[in-house]
Design a protein around this ligand. Structure first.
Ligand code: VGL
Ligand code: ZN
Length: 179
C-alpha cells in the first residue's frame, strides 16, 4: 500500500510566513493533485511551544495553535486522514515526522499496511530530509516527490545536497507526473 506524507505545509514556511521557504507555496497544487492517487494521506505539523531551544536556532515559527502553524489555506486538508505534531517539547527540534508526540507515525502507517511512503512538503533540507531518512530506517520504501518539496537553502545548494544525501541513503527521487 502506498502512503503520501505531507511534511509541514504550514503558513510560516510559505511566503509571508515567519520562516518562509522561497516558493514554499509552489508545492500546494502539486500536493493537491497527488492526494487523490493515494488511499492513505497523512501530514505532519511543526508544533512548537512558545519557548523552546529550537528558537535559539530559528526565528519563532509554528507556535502551537497559531495562524502560522495552520496548513497553507490552499491545501485540501479534508483529504488528510491524520495529523502528526512534532517539535512539541521545549528541548527538541523535532525535525522528523517520526518524532511526533501526539501519535506514532510508524505505528499508524504499518497499521494501514503502508509499505511505500511518498514524501512531499517543506523543507527539503530540514524536516523533509529528517523524515525521509527516518522512514528508510524504519523499513519503508521511501520516495521523494522532487517537484512537491522546496528548500530553505540557508546556504545555496542545501536543498540539492539534501536530495543527494536522501538518494544515497536509499530514497528514490520521483516527479509527480510519473505517479
Ligand atoms: C523546519 C526549520 C525549523 C522544517 C522546521 O519544517 O523543515 N525547518 N523548523
Ligand atoms: Zn520548527
Amino acid at each position: 500500500m502506498r502512503g503520501l506524507l505531507l511534511v509541514d505545509v504550514q503558513n510560516d514556511f510559505c511566503p509571508g510566513g515567519a520562516l518562509a521557504v522561497p516558493e514554499g507555496d509552489k508545492v500546494v497544487p502539486v500536493i493537491n493533485d497527488l492526494m487523490s492517487k493515494f488511499s492513505v494521506v497523512v501530514a505532519s505539523k511543526d508544533w512548537h511551544p512558545h519557548r523552546t531551544v529550537h528558537f535559539q536556532k530559528w526565528p519563532v515559527h509554528c507556535v502551537h495553535n497559531s495562524k502560522g502553524a495552520e496548513f497553507h489555506p490552499g491545501i485540501a486538508s479534508a483529504s488528510i486522514q491524520q495529523v502528526f505534531l512534532k517539535g512539541t517539547g521545549d528541548k527538541d527540534d523535532g525535525y522528523s515526522a517520526y518524532e511526533a508526540t501526539n501519535l506514532d507515525l510508524e505505528r499508524y502507517l504499518k497499521d494501514q499496511k503502508v509499505d511505500e511512503l511518498y514524501v512531499t512538503g517543506l523543507a527539503t533540507d530540514y524536516c523533509v530530509r529528517a523524515s525521509v531518512l527516518d522512514s528508510i530506517k524504519r523499513g519503508f520504501k521511501t520516495y521523494v516527490v522532487t517537484d512537491a518539496v522546496a528548500a530553505v537553502d540557508l546556504k545555496p545548494g542545501d536543498g540539492k545536497k539534501a536530495l543527494d544525501e536522501m538518494q544515497r541513503a536509499g530514497a528514490v527521487l520521483v516527479e509527480s507526473k510519473d505517479l
